[in-house]
Design a protein around this ligand. Sequence first.
Ligand SMILES: *[C@@H]1O[C@H](CO)[C@@H](O)[C@H](O)[C@H]1NC(C)=O
Ligand SMILES: *[C@@H]1O[C@H](CO)[C@@H](O)[C@H](O)[C@H]1NC(C)=O
Ligand SMILES: *[C@@H]1O[C@H](CO)[C@@H](O)[C@H](O)[C@H]1NC(C)=O
Ligand SMILES: *[C@@H]1O[C@H](CO)[C@@H](O)[C@H](O)[C@H]1NC(C)=O
Ligand SMILES: *[C@@H]1O[C@H](CO)[C@@H](O)[C@H](O)[C@H]1NC(C)=O
Length: 647
Amino acid sequence: MSSYASLIFLFLFLFLRASAQDPTYLGYNCPDTPTYSSDSTYFTNLRTVLSSLSSQNASYSTGFQNATAGEDPDMVNGLFLCRGDVSVEVCRNCVAFVVKDTLDRCPDEEKVVLYYDQCMVRYSNRNILSTVNTEGSLVLKNTKNVTSNKKDRFRDLVLSTLNPAAVEAASSSRKFDARKANWTASQTLYGLVQCTPDLSREDCLSCLQQSINQLSIDRTGERYVVPSCSARYELYLFYNESATIKPSPPPQLLSTPPQPEKGGSSTGLVVAIVVAIMVAVLLFIAGYCFLAKGSNKAYHISYALDEFHCATGDNITTAESLQIDYRSIQTATADFSENNKIGQGGFGEVYKGTLLDGTDVAVKKLSKSSGQGEAEFKNEVVLVAKLQHRNLVKLLGFCLQGEERVLVYEYVPNKSLDYVLFDPGKQVHLDWTRRYNIIGGVARGILYLHQDSRLTIIHRDLKASNILLDADMNPKISDFGMARIFGLDQTQQNTNIIVGTYGYMSPEYAMHGQYSMKSDVYSFGVLVLEILSGKRNSSFYPTDGIHNFVSYAWRLWTNGTPLDLLDPVIVDNCQRNEVVRCIHISLLCIQEDPVDRPTLSNIVLMLTSNTVTLPVPRKPSIFFQSRPRKDPLDSVDDASITDLYPR
Ligand SMILES: *[C@@H]1O[C@H](CO)[C@@H](O)[C@H](O)[C@H]1NC(C)=O
Ligand SMILES: *[C@@H]1O[C@H](CO)[C@@H](O)[C@H](O)[C@H]1NC(C)=O
Ligand SMILES: *[C@@H]1O[C@H](CO)[C@@H](O)[C@H](O)[C@H]1NC(C)=O
Ligand SMILES: *[C@@H]1O[C@H](CO)[C@@H](O)[C@H](O)[C@H]1NC(C)=O
Ligand SMILES: *[C@@H]1O[C@H](CO)[C@@H](O)[C@H](O)[C@H]1NC(C)=O
């Protein structure tokens, strides 16, 4: 064979091989991270991680695997995720390909994300599991525009397809959902959403929600991809439909749809804007500002602490007086036995315990990912323990045992508000007087955190399950100050760690990580609506024109039928004027612009005085639907951060 012929042969071979097997490359993100050299321990560890990700016994059938090698500071954490519908074979090939490809595309960066159509590979020198990461987004758009007179209807269809898909995916173990909807007689809309399955339901939902919000929905197809999740829709079938049928499929899913036109192949896709550099640079700047403020803050804290010691004279709370022997907590909780477990929060598990003197306590065992130093942890605990108010759960002490960190709280007997409020059998115990009392108590508790304590504490995760009820059904807020104790305020990625809970989070917090006292006000507004309606905000599925709980309440208000919101249990036995006032206040709290929302001191005033005239509420943001008002890359709102510092 002449060399000429063999060259052609080789060329054909490569071409065929490439088109038959190679996954479709989408983009990568290896921003300005530290680099390693090829003789470093990091590189050795990276190769170990990559080879275990692409090993024969990796879990291609579940489509997700993580791997770790080495120790800090040379530790490498890696993972792969295959698209939920691809076969084991496709997944294996994709991962094998990417593992080879990565050292060409990102030869010496320590943190890398590589996106392919069928799979994604990611590694970092940090722990990347169970943490939402929405940095470095990749946006791909179909070139075809949607006809302008159909835009709104198309947008509605896309959102009403992707939103329930997001809810379903977040609740499923594989964190994946794909579904379709009829667009025209001949066209079908296909949507697909997926998170990495290491995320919690809330984290997955929040990530998807942010991604769906970023879709501009002016094209016939679009995708938004970040390290933790992705969302995509098209007017053609882009996934393997038979692999997405759920265990008990509704009958219509079995009939094959008419073959839709191939609207856009991968060549029809335009890699649009965004990607790494801009995001990374802006986040870096934001992070840098944050860090700069962080060190400032540490200074302020020690200052505030000294001042406090002087001011309180004899009654000094110190770390020594709060530290409890770890063994006595082990004894109190029967060594953290499963039987004693009473809850599971974002920051760790909660156990009931009985101390030797007979006092009941609630013991929170913090999950290990807190990166705080011991001294700083003690400082923060002391500060939080000083926050004392009848509507706050009292922090009694803490223990440290090696890596283990435990907080000990007073035990509040009647469980949490959600346990009573949303249970048809139990909600009768909450008549209007009690609910009104709970609303007022929660408002005073947050007001104390925001204003009356010596520190300005933003709760960040106010929700029904964080409101405990004492023997007389008085509310006590729990989980406050956790961001401080966990050291989140000090980290660079601070604003990317969303501590809140989907449904209660204000749009600016959920989308841009901007939290302030006004984001607590938003959560309070949602909570009041839940107390009035006896329904979970998350129990709402988007239906015709109503996208969620908040838009439902707004619809009733604008229709002049706000009382339709009320829980039937209280409807016949309530003070109409108080109820309407509460609805009015809650609508003021959930207004889109944080500036429009009232402060807690105004809320308490409005709740207690009938003579204060309430402003007219503006339309709330319809979370899933609304586009960000500002460019999402705008740097972090200064005011919202400085609110965190001690005054
Ligand atoms: C298979 O998995 C085991 C442990 O899970 C690991 O030690 C081994 O190296 C893997 N095999 C290959 C070929 O990587
Ligand atoms: C993956 O992560 C889990 C949870 O952190 C861990 O228990 C497991 O050992 C990890 N697997 C590998 C192969 O590193
Ligand atoms: C799509 O719409 C944009 C503006 O909305 C316009 O600039 C662009 O030319 C349109 N593309 C096509 C293919 O019609
Ligand atoms: C879509 O249209 C087909 C036939 O026109 C119908 O059988 C099917 O039920 C429709 N699907 C949905 C989800 O409405
Ligand atoms: C689609 O999924 C089904 C079921 O998992 C599988 O049998 C089939 O081979 C897949 N088709 C393709 C083209 O991957």
